[in-house]
Design a protein around this ligand. Structure first.
Ligand code: UDP
Ligand code: MG
Length: 314
């Protein structure tokens, strides 16, 4: 098998048929053996039913149904485990990145890269969505030490060996493009088309997006907690100096002077308390992650696998 395409699907009944009808001719045109793996991430709609019908008619499709919703990245991991291809491509099912861009990735991969990521040149999402993505891309580039324009674009191609390495990381919450780049040495990025979602809704609420980005930051670096530690130190020194200053003023100017500073003190107190709470929260995040990892829970559970007959050129 030369190419596996991994497609996470969560409630995409309006897109899935159109997507399949678009991707199959594109894959055929490559004249390589391939499979399209749909991972139904616990959809509540007719996505799986539609896919089962398509499997009856078209070759080279496989559907893996997870028993509930585990999230896009876990679904992709499931696809990675099942993929047989030497090259593995991930793409969303919502047609925001058109399947017709796949040959571009394949050609770039043939130049010998381990990962080829797409970046959305003219991203058709709301500004509220683009600003956090921009910040995340900057921070991730620093953390993973690979400067990339777009860490959010899921139209990407990976070499099988790289995917195997990624699979040995047992981490349950991780961010696939960043994980890949932390292992890969030959990385390329090419522009790909991006359209607004025409059917269905984005599956990411603001909270979910925040959660994903938090996963991203805490799983690739200890920097957040280190920063808290350092600022804690700086603030303690500052607090100590301030106390000395107050004591001195009291000795020089007497007790009335200090009362006027009550509100300033409140302000400072709130600052410290806030910082402590933040530090505790951050420690909690790391401890929570350790707890999750030591439990070693599987990332997902497969409920059912359905395959269409294969009809490959070789
Ligand atoms: N998706 C998934 N599980 C989830 C959320 C999303 O498999 O819990 C899939 C979804 O069906 C789509 C892809 O991941 O194929 C990207 O989701 P979406 O388009 O909602 O994300 P956005 O483009 O808004 O970032
Ligand atoms: Mg989308």
């Amino acid at each position: 098998m030369e190419i596996s395409v991994v497609v996470p699907v969560y409630n995409e009944e309006e897109n899935i048929k159109e997507f399949t009808l678009q991707i199959l001719p594109v894959m055929d045109s490559l004249k390589k053996s391939y499979e399209v793996l749909f991972i139904d991430d616990g959809s509540h709609d007719r996505s799986s039913l539609i896919l089962k019908e398509l499997i009856q008619t078209y070759p080279n499709i496989k559907l893996i149904r997870l028993n509930k919703n585990y999230g896009q990245h876990s679904a992709i991991f499931c696809g990675f485990e099942a993929a047989l291809g030497e090259m593995i491509i991930t793409i969303d099912a919502d047609l925001q990145n058109p399947p017709s861009e796949i040959p571009k990735l394949v050609r770039k991969m043939e130049e010998g890269y381990e990962v080829v990521g797409g970046y959305r040149e003219q991203r058709q999402d709301s500004i509220l969505r683009k600003i956090p993505s921009f910040i995340v891309a900057k921070i991730t580039s620093k953390l993973v030490n690979v400067p990339l324009k777009d860490y959010g674009c899921m139209l990407r191609a990976y070499r099988k060996e790289l995917v195997k390495t990624m699979l040995t990381s047992g981490e349950s919450a991780t961010y696939i493009p960043a994980l890949a780049n932390s292992y890969a040495s030959k990385i390329a990025e090419i522009p790909v088309a991006h359209q607004a979602r025409t059917k269905g809704q984005s599956k990411y609420s603001l909270l979910r997006l925040l959660h994903l980005n938090f996963d991203l930051m805490t799983s690739f670096s200890l920097l957040p907690i280190q920063l808290i530690g350092i600022s804690g130190l700086v603030i303690s020194v500052f607090g100590l100096g301030f106390s000395f200053f107050l004591l001195l003023m009291r000795l020089i100017k007497g007790s009335e002077w200090a009362v006027q500073g009550v509100f300033t003190l409140f302000g400072i107190l709130f600052f410290f308390v806030g910082l402590q709470v933040l530090a505790i929260g951050l420690m909690g995040e790391y401890i929570g992650r350790i707890y999750q990892e030591v439990r070693h829970r599987p990332r997902f559970r497969v409920q059912e696998i359905i395959t269409s007959k294969s009809k490959n050129p070789n």
